[in-house]
Design a protein around this ligand. Structure first.
Ligand code: Q46
Ligand code: ZN
Ligand code: ZN
Length: 343
């Protein structure tokens, strides 16, 4: 197996491009894919400041690294979710990455700063943990990007994430979600611009990028992710990709090129929003959804993470594999591992 560019021994194959790369040219390929995404979708311009939502996993650390390498001013934001030891370990990886590179990492802790954590919110509001978590993260990231005067909020969603979300939205014909499933959402009504510069790279490629760049990311998945539908969709798409390389990219980029605009519906856009009386964020009523969740959850007794994990424990006891297993390691020489969804 030889590198497509220099003919030296390759360390990774990228089947959807029918290409193999040595370490140097694979890293160059990753940088080019990110630059192409940024310019093709007008994500970020020279001199603009970005805030990267950092989880300590491969995608968020890879995109932070790639943006800084590309010359952008990019700070990180880590949100402590209170998901037991998993959160402690993710914070360690995010901090170590920032410290080693002299980058600025902002930190917000749901328990310290808002009086609750994800397991407690899930029980107090009778939501599934990922729903309570997603709502919290979206609010905290949006708020921090606006308050910090950043030009864009960056998330580490990769091609696998976007194809899986698209698959789920199509399965249920969630037309409102389909209309908003774009790699860049402009700033509007008190929300920051949101960009996903990793959409041209697969999960396996961002993991390989980290391995080759010496980025020590958290491999472990969030314990709440086990059994969630996003991972099932990823599994289904991985099966297809293995038999027909390039399917995921065709599915996702074909949607962006030929279908997403068809879901535009002026009546289904965000209604004109007022401001939350408590935090000032855009809201449909007196309190925004986050403040309602925070108010209920901060009044509840703290719930240990184990309490909201029965399904995951049950699956592990039965010896089932995690649905996030990837389509196979890149090569014998680079063996990055998978972890949970982006950010
Ligand atoms: S949403 Fe769900 Fe993730 Fe939050 S609870 Fe874990 S798996 S971290 S991206
Ligand atoms: Zn090469
Ligand atoms: Zn609010």
């Amino acid at each position: 197996m030889k590198c497509r560019v220099c003919r030296l021994p390759a360390v990774i194959d990228v089947r959807r491009h029918n290409a193999n790369f040595c370490a140097e040219h694979f890293l160059r390929y990753c940088r080019q894919q990110v630059e192409r995404a940024i310019s093709a979708f007008d994500m970020l311009s020279e001199g603009e400041r970005a805030l990267v939502a950092v989880s300590g996993g491969k995608d968020s650390l890879a995109i932070w690294d790639l943006l800084v390498e590309a010359g952008f001013e990019a700070d990180g934001l880590y949100v402590g979710l209170g998901i037991g030891e998993y959160s402690d370990r993710s914070a360690d990886h995010a901090r170590a990455f920032a410290e080693a590179r002299g980058l600025r990492l902002l930190e917000i802790d749901l328990r310290d700063d808002h009086g609750y954590d994800v397991p407690t919110a899930a029980v107090a509001t009778k939501r599934v943990p990922c729903s309570a978590c997603g709502l919290s993260k979206r609010h905290v990231f949006d708020r921090a990007a606006i308050d910090g005067g950043y030009d864009a909020l960056v998330t580490g969603h990769n091609l696998d994430d976007e194809a899986a979300v698209l698959y789920g939205n199509v399965l249920r014909w969630q037309t409102d979600y389909l209309a908003r499933q774009r790699p860049v959402l402009p700033a509007e009504q008190g929300f920051p611009r949101k960009i996903k510069p990793l959409v041209r790279l697969s999960e396996r490629e961002t993991a390989a990028y980290c391995v080759l760049q010496g980025i020590d990311y958290l491999v472990e998945e969030c314990p709440m992710a086990v059994g969630n539908k996003h991972l099932l969709y990823k599994d289904a798409l991985n099966d297809m990709e293995q038999k027909s390389p390039g399917s995921k990219a065709e599915f996702y980029f074909g949607f962006l090129a030929r279908a997403v605009d068809r879901f535009d519906n002026p009546d289904s856009g965000r209604s004109v929003l007022g401001a939350c009386h408590r935090c000032g964020s855009p809201a449909e009523s007196d309190l925004c959804a986050f403040c309602r969740l925070a108010e209920r959850s901060s009044r509840a007794d703290p719930v240990p993470v184990e309490f909201v994990l029965p399904k995951a424990r049950h699956r592990r006891r039965r010896g089932e594999r995690s649905p996030s297993a990837e389509a196979g390691p890149p090569t014998a020489t680079v063996s990055p591992q998978s972890n949970g969804p982006a950010t």
